[in-house]
Design a protein around this ligand. Structure first.
Ligand SMILES: CC(=O)N[C@H](C=O)[C@@H](O)[C@H](O)[C@H](O)COP(=O)(O)O
Length: 233
């Protein structure tokens, strides 16, 4: 069975930690990955070469690896250099997530970069996109699959609602694409994940709702505050 077939209808858990999170170590994210496997995840998504290598070593599941960078403009970029792609290939990353937006890197747009990556390296590419146009261009460039990861996180999609997943974008992408489309970004409840599968997602990627305990805590705290305000107000 191909790796893509193995992932069908499954849950991929994104095991990332940043800043001063106590999980922000190779050990911390590997513990998350092992726990995700115990719960039935069929793959792991991981950030950073060292952490990805540690997870590949620890957990016997396919890993979607990436290198994330923050730029001065305040927007994230996902794996935007040949050096990072090479490093991920070298450690045996099963699928490499690459920024498929039209923003420039290495003098190329996302789709151009993906085309070049597919020519240079023997690797499976997941294009992280924010719009249907980007998705179509990445597919034409040879991306093996697409993920809705960046909807709401790029300059032209920043005003999209952030209180839940972008179901509409997933549906549009599924309708216009022949390669698998993964649902990713703010899939914060099991019901949302199931809905994504019903809408045609190949598989679902969940990060924060499983592996960012400080955010989950905040969600609870905020909800309680809302109610408290209502009672007092
Ligand atoms: C936009 C961005 O930087 N996304 C990153 C991509 O790898 C991760 O920070 C997210 O956690 C991941 O996409 C999963 O999404 P969520 O955490 O919403 O379930």
């Amino acid at each position: 069975m191909s790796i893509m077939e193995q992932l069908k209808n499954g849950l991929i858990v994104s095991c990332q930690a940043e800043g001063d999170s106590p999980f922000n170590t190779t050990e911390g994210v590997s513990n998350f990955a092992e726990t995700a496997k115990m719960g039935g995840a069929i793959a792991i998504r991981s950030q950073g070469v060292e952490k990805t290598a540690a997870i590949i070593k620890r957990v016997d599941l396919p890993v979607v690896g990436l290198v994330k960078s923050s730029f001065d403009d305040g927007y994230v970029r996902i794996t935007g250099s040949f050096k990072d792609v090479e490093a991920l290939v070298e450690i045996g990353t099963h699928i490499i997530a690459i920024d498929g937006t039209f923003r420039e890197r290495e003098g190329m747009s996302g789709p151009e970069f993906i085309k070049e990556v597919k020519q240079r390296y023997n690797c499976i590419v997941m294009a992280d996109i924010a719009t249907v146009e980007e998705g179509e261009a990445c597919e034409a460039a040879g991306a093996d699959c697409l993920s809705t990861t960046l909807s709401g996180y790029t300059p032209n999609t920043k005003d999209k609602p952030k209180d839940g997943p972008d179901f509409e974008f997933l549906e549009q992408m599924v309708a216009s694409s022949k390669v698998p489309v993964f649902a990713e970004g703010r899939v914060n409840t099991p019901a949302d994940a199931a809905r994504m599968i019903e809408l045609g997602a190949w598989a679902v990627v969940v990060g924060s709702a499983i592996t960012r305990p400080h955010l989950i805590t905040e969600w609870y705290v905020e909800k309680i505050k809302e109610v408290t305000k209502t009672y007092i107000g």
